[in-house]
Design a protein around this ligand. Structure first.
Ligand SMILES: NC(=O)c1ccc[n+]([C@@H]2O[C@H](COP(=O)([O-])OP(=O)(O)OC[C@H]3O[C@@H](n4cnc5c(N)ncnc54)[C@H](O)[C@@H]3O)[C@@H](O)[C@H]2O)c1
Length: 439
């Protein structure tokens, strides 16, 4: 097995931390003014990613890969010249010299294996959110991108929206003073409180189930809970509502407050079942203070039926609050409050209510990445940003396996210092035959 030893991994982490500022820069020049892209996972969001990347005039789509031949065929209609594959490893082996950049839009558990395999060949990578399924993988994605000086972007397209850029400016320009607390929520339910899936169904002719499972342990195919989309609810493949929607909704507070790693995380939810993520979570974090926050920042996440938070959950007078949207965040500052619907314009409340917001324009998040791969500018959601954001979120996902316990976090060592069993969930062994160098 080509795994890093812990010693080598820690040495790499330390070296990487000192050079983080370099992330997002292109060192690998594309061979010309065109970018030859390969796309892994082209159904669902992958089809949208394909269209958005391909809409850049300098992109040539040269390869498409999907483990479901029906999805592959649908996406191939718009790109008849692209070679087609079921296995991204074969695609990378056979076309290494003909690809400049890879887009990964598979279920979460395959993000890091596919993206690191591509980066090991010096390909620039766009990878859907959450960056990875596990904390260790998020750290390695950031490190490999940095070591190889690749251009990367995590798939949080709303990061480039005018609304979210404006909200970042609201906080950083001090309109609400230093931020003391952030409350963020999504009323979506990407959890599953039921038991294991027994029995088995015939695998559809179009699906390569073994490749879909990838690094995860083998199990019989069952129609419904896995392919497509519902894998999000399950601990072996997805990251629940916190990982799924939280990446979008945590993004602006994380960026605006210039946060780093949390000190601890604690989830209130039902007892673990070993199958799905909880359907209702409240996750509390404490982050170290920054120049945009008070001495420390309390952060609370609510999902499923717990969202939006009730007035009694919030340290605010009820008359300050309008009706809260189903998804969004509230920044509670020392001089006012900002409500940020997902995705909507920021609204100032409380003592900041009369202040004027200066809107900031949006950027095309996909074209920003393509342009950077071609040497122009830098992506703003590169893995140096998306990696730490994902690590923070995934600590909360780990905490849902230890309800009520405060997981004290040492980010340098990637270690929960007070609940030893939690460390088994920071990184897991890949299935034989699916190992990846560097993971
Ligand atoms: N940024 C956003 O707004 C947004 C929205 C939806 C989904 N997403 C993300 O996009 C990713 C995909 O989500 P989805 O809803 O499209 O899931 P999905 O299950 O609907 O589609 C996944 C696609 O990937 C294919 N696939 C699965 N394993 C593969 C493998 N090993 N190699 C190649 N192809 C493989 C599937 O056959 C399917 O076509 C997830 O990471 C999700 O979080 C992001």
């Amino acid at each position: 097995m080509s795994r890093f030893t812990r010693r080598r991994f820690l040495a790499t982490s330390a070296a990487s931390a000192s050079a983080l500022a370099l992330l997002g820069r292109s060192a690998k020049a594309a061979p010309s003014d065109r970018l030859r892209t390969a796309h892994v996972g082209v159904g669902g969001m992958g089809r949208g990613d394909l269209g958005s990347v391909a809409s850049h005039p300098n992109v040539e789509v040269v390869a498409l890969c999907d483990v479901d031949s029906n999805e592959l065929a649908k996406s191939a209609k718009g790109h008849p010249g692209a070679k087609q594959f079921a296995d991204y490893r074969k695609m990378l082996d056979s076309m290494a010299d003909g690809i400049d950049a890879v887009v990964v839009s598979t279920p979460d558990h395959t993000h890091a294996p596919a993206a690191v395999s591509a980066m090991n060949l010096d390909k620039h990578v766009y990878c859907q959110k959450p960056l990875t399924h596990e904390v260790f993988e998020a750290r390695r994605m950031r490190e490999v991108a940095e070591e190889r000086k690749l251009v990367t972007q995590m798939g949080i397209q709303v990061h480039g929206s005018s609304q979210y850029r404006t909200a970042t400016e609201v906080v950083q320009s001090g309109l609400i003073g230093k931020v003391r607390e952030v409350h963020a929520w999504s009323n979506k339910n990407w959890g599953y409180d039921g038991g294991p899936f027994n029995g088995k169904d015939p695998v559809p002719d179009s699906l390569d189930w073994n490749l879909w499972l990838g690094t995860a342990a083998e199990r019989p195919y069952v129609k419904g809970p896995y392919h497509r989309a519902n894998w999000r609810k399950l601990i072996d493949f997805g990251t629940g509502t916190l990982g799924d929607m939280g990446v979008h909704i945590f993004d602006t507070p994380y960026r605006a407050c210039a946060l780093t790693a949390p000190k601890w995380a604690r989830t209130t939810c039902r007892k673990p079942t070993g199958v799905g993520h909880p359907e209702k979570n409240v996750v509390e974090y404490e982050f170290p203070g920054t120049r945009f926050t008070a001495d420390s920042l309390r952060w609370v996440w609510y999902d499923g039926g717990n969202a939006p938070p009730k007035p009694s959950d919030l340290p605010l007078e009820a008359d300050v609050l309008p009706k809260l949207p189903g998804q969004g965040s509230l920044f509670i500052g020392e001089e006012g409050v900002c409500l940020l619907p997902h995705v909507g314009n920021p609204v100032l409340l409380g003592e900041a209510a009369e202040k004027k917001i200066q809107p900031v324009g949006g950027v095309n998040h996909y074209h920003q990445w393509v342009d950077a791969c071609l040497g122009k500018g830098e992506p703003s959601a590169h893995f140096g940003y998306g990696g730490p954001l994902t690590e923070a979120l995934l600590l909360g996902v780990v905490a849902n396996r230890f309800p009520g316990e405060k997981l004290e976090w040492n980010a340098d060592e990637l270690e929960v210092t007070n609940v030893a069993d939690a460390n088994a969930l920071i990184r897991h062994e890949y299935r034989d035959g699916f190992e990846v160098e560097g993971l």
